[in-house]
Every structure is written in structure tokens, then in C-alpha cells.
Design a protein around this ligand. Sequence first.
Ligand code: ADP
Length: 158
Amino acid sequence: LELTLTPISLSDIAEEVVESYQTAASQKSIRLRTDCPKALPLAIGDADKLSRVLINLVHNAIKFTPQGGEISVEGRESGGGHVEVRVTDSGNGIPAHDIEKIFDKFYWSESAPVEARGAGLGLAIAKNLIELHGGMIRVESTLGQGSRFSFTVPIATP
Ligand code: ADP
């Protein structure tokens, strides 16, 4: 797997992905919004691969958030020369004992409703792609309250 690295705007990618999921979100009366500062620095990355990561996270967020919930995609500059993107949902959350395994291949949590289970590959692929970029992906979650997935990508040096 090879990355094509160019300076990219993660706010543009976030807006495109959020736009493409508005219909799916509104079918569940979920409020889906993006919030990125205008001055978010460009990242150095593969636009296609990073939009796949974001599609995966937003897709999961919609899948695991019940009717009437909220999802936000936020970008910000994080320490250490990285841009961070966070996808926060008000969904069913992930039990503490599953948090470490959630990025493993073919893993799903018992808390995932059967009809929402996929191949269990999306997060493993996302982790792989983010690490190839020199970034990190992690999750914080409270069962029954929601989850926040965050990933970082290095800032493009001018
Ligand atoms: P799948 O295709 O099964 O969704 P993923 O690798 O994308 O595979 O996710 C693995 C598991 O992580 C899911 O089955 C679910 O148990 C859990 N998960 C992922 N995203 C969320 C989320 N936003 N809220 C709650 N659980 C999640």
C-alpha cells in the first residue's frame, strides 16, 4: 500500500464526507455537523485514503447512534505538529473491556447490535492508514453515552 502525499485540507475532506452523509443522518433524525476553524493548517496526507478513514468513522457513528442523536466532526491543531480530527457521537458506546480490541481485525463488541455488525475490518484499516501517515488513532467512550474517535495527521511544512 502506497500513499500519495500532498498538502491537504482536512476541513474540506470533513465537509465533503459530512455532506455525503446528511441524507443517511436525517433518515435517523441525527444532527450531523462539522466544525473546523478556517485557519486549520494543511496536513500532509493522501486525500483519498484519509477520506476513506473519515467515511468509516462517520458511517460507524451513524450506525451506532440511535434516532435523534448527534454527531460532530471537528478539526483542530493538536500539539506536536499535528492536525487532529475528532468524530463524536451520542451513540451506544463501547464497553471498557472492548476498547483495546476495537481496532483489531474481525472484531466487534457484544454491545454492537447484530444488525449493525459488519466485517469488523473498518477500524483496523483506518488504524493502518493513519499509522502509515505517521499519525495516531484512538477512541474514548462511555457505554450508553457515546464515543469519540480521534486521529492525527502531521501538519504540512510550508
Ligand atoms: P464493522 O464493520 O463491524 O463496523 P469496524 O472495524 O468499523 O467494523 O468496527 C468494529 C466494532 O467497533 C463495531 O462492530 C462496533 O462494535 C464498534 N464500534 C465502532 N464504531 C463505533 C461507534 N461509533 N459506536 C459504538 N461502537 C462502535
